[in-house]
Design a binder for this molecule. Structure first.
Ligand code: AKG
Ligand code: FE2
Length: 310
């Protein structure tokens, strides 16, 4: 089965004090998966399965509402963050709608009560899991203990998105076009409907994780910091015929004022040249938001991490 190429990593050892062998095994699997694919699947990740399915139900109920009700949650003019309801424009290359949420305590959020509850309940689990996976990645990359934890100490650039990809009928447009994520680590879960594909060596690999499994992927920031040791893989969502697809993505980011650049650990210390120019995380985030709010006419003009490649 095509799906079996992505390893499924059991994270339970990290929730059971003392299971050293389990931690070692999972760490090695994550290291291999992140250098090879930039993606892995995670089970026993600590996020309650009941909460994941309830969150998907809330999202389905929201996206089934009449347009007029959904548009009440559209981005307010002058808003500093693209929070709330967003949908693709009529002739865009992708067809989707999203609900975008930031830190539960943020006054920027503009959520109906269902999403507010999902946000408040899921956020602590995803934040803890992200800090755990980030510390495992720190070890896999051979960085000094707690390096990423200390560098990445600002949680205000993280966000949660609910996605709906309407079923494809006659048109062939994608649910989400080929992209890589700009952040540190992303967690995705969906309703069991296929559609996510990861690009590797010229092929699109379909990823259909069993329900309750999390898809974990490395973002551009780790790719840059590790000077390409870990991959931020291109991926996309194909819209299945006749079936809508629902998913959530949690994006673990970095403080906006942090500099993102290849770390000396992967350049000077290894005798390798940096593969990227340094940039502020917030600059890259702004460029990526602009890709959405003012989509360029030509797909090749969409700004991605190669913008900083040397
Ligand atoms: O819906 C999915 O399965 C993937 C979503 C995704 O790639 C993203 O939000 O960046
Ligand atoms: Fe993505």
């Amino acid at each position: 089965m095509a799906n079996s190429v992505l390893p499924t990593v059991d994270l339970s050892a990290f929730f059971n004090q003392g299971d050293k062998d389990g931690k070692k095994k999972a760490t090695l699997e994550i290291e291999e998966a992140c250098s090879e694919y930039g993606f892995f699947l995670a089970v026993n990740h600590g996020v309650p399965l009941e909460l994941m399915s309830r969150a998907l139900q809330v999202s389905k109920s929201f996206f089934e509402l009449p347009d007029q009700e959904k548009f009440e949650y559209s981005l307010k003019p002058g808003a500093t963050l693209p929070v709330g309801y967003l949908r693709s424009t009529e002739n865009a290359a992708e067809k989707n709608e999203h609900f975008f949420m930031v830190l539960p305590t943020s006054t920027h959020n503009h959520c109906p009560s269902g999403f507010q509850q999902v946000l408040e309940e899921t956020y602590p689990y995803f934040t803890n899991l992200a800090l755990l996976v980030e510390s495992i990645i720190n070890d896999c990359l051979g960085l000094p203990p707690n390096f990423l934890k200390e560098y990445n100490n600002d949680r205000s650039w993280d966000f949660l998105m609910a996605h709906h990809y309407p079923a494809s009928e006659t048109d062939q447009s994608l649910g989400k076009t080929c992209h890589s994520d700009g952040n540190i680590i992303t967690f995705v879960f969906n309703d069991g409907v296929e559609g996510l594909e990861v690009y590797k060596d010229g092929n699109w690999i379909p990823i259909s994780p069993p329900q309750g499994t999390l898809v974990v992927n490395i973002g551009d920031t780790i790719q840059v910091m590790s000077n390409d040791k870990f991959k931020s893989a291109a991926h996309r969502v194909v819209r299945p015929r006749g079936r809508s697809r629902y998913s959530y993505a949690f994006f673990h980011g970095l403080g906006g004022d942090k500099m993102v650049e290849p770390l000396q650990h992967f350049t000077i210390k290894k005798g390798e040249s940096p593969k990227y120019k340094g940039f502020l995380y917030k600059e890259y985030v702004q460029l990526r938001i602009r890709n959405r709010t003012h989509p360029p006419a030509k797909p090749e003009d969409v700004i991605g991490i190669t913008h900083y490649a040397i």
